[in-house]
Design a binder for this molecule. Structure first.
Ligand code: HPA
Length: 304
């Protein structure tokens, strides 16, 4: 069996493997995965020999109506590198259980990819960032405050305690809990060598690039002024509502995540600005062109 599938709990494995088999029969395999965030989906125009499938037509995805309306999976090559692209993603604020939220990411991981570029639209907490800037994610602050992988892996870091009649965890659970922190924790969630390749590609293509810490909030409302102040003080550079659960899963399945935020607006302690439609369109056009240039220069670097 696909060795990544073997890492999933029985409860998840069947659904993920049904989708993976179906996609592999249609030639969906890749070396790099890409998850395209809000407004960034047009990168699929740069994919050669592209094949598209709607999420809703993939067996196993269609359990939730949200998934059916969220996007497509695309397979092809970009700069000669075989890629599988998620054009559209689910968000924690849609209220789905992790099993639904992360299913497309688990499937992506099982299609043979070595690394995944996870992109998002984000507000700029860092005062030097302006709309249209890109930021490679050096690390993340996960404000979801729960283990997104609970119940989804064959061997989770944290056991799900089996509370017996005395309402205490078993000795075996306590022993497993005691091991947490001593084994398996990711030192670098985002492998610095891969992040540097993205910075190199930015330098070569003349795309300005920051590097910083991404904060993942639950949303869907934008942050309150006091929250923005707090997120700045604890070291956040960009804030959005995705990415953290996906990167945690990818890393656990042995896929190296690389994160890229596209700053769409400044996050202000004086209140979020009202963006005009024109502002949004202009930022979108500028960023799309930059992103395509950047990613087409980046992908061959991971292929070496
Ligand atoms: N906050 C959270 N998510 C976002 C923002 C923001 O300011 N901009 C784009 N996604």
């Amino acid at each position: 069996m696909n060795e990544r599938l073997a890492l999933l709990s029985d409860r998840w494995q069947d659904r993920v493997s049904t989708a993976v088999d179906w996609l592999e029969d249609r030639g969906f395999r890749g070396k790099a995965g890409l998850i395209l965030g809000s407004g960034l989906g047009n990168f699929v125009d740069s994919v050669d020999d592209a094949q598209f499938v709607d999420y809703g037509s993939i067996p196993g995805y269609s359990a939730t109506s949200v998934a059916e309306h969220t996007g497509r999976l695309v397979c092809g090559t970009a700069s000669g590198v075989p890629v599988v692209v998620m054009q559209g993603r689910l968000h924690p604020y849609e209220g789905l259980p992790a099993e639904e939220l992360l299913l497309p990411t688990a499937v992506l991981a099982c299609l043979g990819i070595e690394t995944a570029l996870v992109t998002n639209a984000a507000g700029g907490l860092n005062r030097y960032y302006t709309p249209g800037d890109l930021m490679v994610i050096r690390d993340q602050l996960d404000f979801h405050f729960s283990d997104p992988l609970r119940g989804l892996l064959a061997e989770p870091f944290a056991p799900i305690p089996d509370y017996g009649a005395d309402l205490l965890p078993s000795k075996a659970d306590l022993a497993a809990l005691a091991k947490i922190g001593r084994s398996g924790g990711a030192i670098h969630l985002f492998e610095p060598k891969l992040a540097k390749l993205l910075v190199e590609a930015a330098a070569e293509t003349g795309v300005p690039m920051h590097s910083g810490t991404y904060v993942s909030m639950y949303g869907p409302p934008y942050e309150a002024k006091a929250e923005i102040g707090m997120l700045r003080r604890i070291g956040g550079d960009a804030v959005g509502m995705s990415t953290a659960p996906e990167t945690i899963l990818l890393k656990r399945l042995g896929v190296e995540p690389v994160g890229l935020s596209c700053i769409t607006n400044p996050a202000r302690e004086t209140g979020q600005p009202e963006l005009s439609h024109q502002d949004v369109v202009e930022v979108g056009i500028m960023v799309r062109k930059r992103m395509a240039r950047l990613l087409l220069a980046y992908l061959p670097k991971i292929d070496k």
